[in-house]
Design a protein around this ligand. Sequence first.
Ligand code: GCB
Length: 615
Amino acid sequence: MLLCALATVVASAPAHAADRPQPGSVYRDGPSGRYLLGGTWYQRPDAADTGIRERFQRSPGLAGWTRTSVPSASNAGVFTNESYLGTVHWYRKDFRLPRASRLSKWVLRFESVNYRARVWLNGKPIGTHVGAYLPFELRAKSVRRRGVNRLVVRVDSRRQKFDIPPLSQRASGAFEGGWWNYNGILREVYLRRVDQFDFAQVFFEPRLRCRTCAATVVVHAQVANVNSSGASARISGTFGGRALRFRGHRVPGRGTARFRARTRIRNPRLWSPERPTLYRGTLRLRTSGGRTVQRYRVHTGIRSLRISRLGRIQLNGRDVNLRGASMHEDSLSRGAALTPTQMRQNIGYLRELGATITRSHYPFHPYTLELADRHGILVWSEIPVFRMASRLFANGEVRNKALRMLRTEIARDANHPSVAVWSIGNENASRPGTGLRKYIRKASRTVEDLDPTRLVGIATSGFPTVQKQRIYTELDVLGINDYFGWYRGPRGTISDRNLLSGYLNRLHSDYPNQALVITEFGAEANRSGPVTEKGTYEFQTDFLRYHLGVFASKPFVSGALIWNLRDFRVKPGWAGGNPQPNPPVNQKGLVDDRGGKKPAWEVVRKIYRSTGPFR
Ligand code: GCB
């Protein structure tokens, strides 16, 4: 009740800096009719105590609000326990609708809000959403065609018991969670103009039987009718300049219909890290009367991914040998709300390093994926099912939530040729119980159904104490987080790096049909010192060189990713195995917070540059 009162008061306030959003988007692929809701926004912490709330209600103008821009992490640079555990923060934005036909309807698209969002438009609640890193859309029913609109968003970054990924403070005082909990509207907000029909999902599915074969591209389009009465829709389009022919379909009122077309490409130019060829696909959506209501464009690639009989990842029929580094969306100045320049910088580092693969614990910003497509960097794409205890998977609703994330991720990212693996989690229970086994099985079927062109995998802790887990044989790829010689592991079993080689051999014989990728290996480094002392640049350099040497001697290792490209913030008290840590910073980066390259950079760069993407 109080929340609504707050939002209504805000809604009746005089307009401040009401701009008219301009057409355009940060990432280029997707539907027409997108307008970036950039410009001036305002933010304020929640007025939790009555005094502040009263003041706020009496002066509904700008008192208490500060000017900001979106994307925004409200607690960037604040590394207190409270900031990590979560807060409530408000955002608001005044805007005028772009000029458009009266037939247009409007949708608000949020690319990522962490973690719970409640949204009001002109004082009316228009929807809520839970979970970051994936987009959600709300119908802007209460939008005013003339005059000023006021959008208000309440962002609550506190995590609840069954949220994914988990984040809390244990009774011991220790914190759960793997990266800083930034509160805010972490990625862009768009206004989308929709008229009658809307592309709900588009997938250009490349089918390629062999490297020299002709390719078939099957185009799947799901069209939504935003009106209440049924109507016929038509789609036309092109792929690589060739015409696509779809049959017309009737789309039920407020329902959806599926359209399909295919085209054959006799001599396809294949996408690979060496030559990341992109084909342009365009679609045009029309009413039966011939009025164009939306266009859609993608830049995608033709390539195949499968596992060979020897358990190796094959890209376009050739065994890969990938090397790279993982990333977190994190910067000292902006938290997780990276600017396009920062995303370009990160991809720039990967390119300079000679990396052919990257990874994160959550779906990347779509712009990062477009850059990866363009520059031939494969992506291990993961949903944030991060270190979840068995008891969580025992809960069917938790499993369903994770599966929904996976489906949303596939729907959003299926056209990126860089995405090679849909990863369904990281370091969950090492010996999956019934619940986790059910989740793995369902997730693997989900990928098979929705996207047969890619591999399904999971990242696990590399512990030799864990025997073969039969459930993993239902996956294509097994990710191993290798900290041999860094952490101690269960009963000290990974303290000795010399045990790494034998452990990898054992894994390969346990899972001969699964590909193995080293999803993590790394060591903290924040100072110079003896090579034998953990936390020194010398130790990190020697550690990475040694591990890369072991991987190079194992033809069954399809790829390896350093943890991490750059230093990032984890949680209060983070030490990460470094006897002289700098909490909350994870300093396993090759690059530090000032953009400085640590000594290991040059050693890794030389090794990566002399390792081709194929065997
Ligand atoms: C891991 C986690 C990653 C941590 C890393 C570390 O295994 O997957 O999120 O940051 O280890 O530095 O300990």
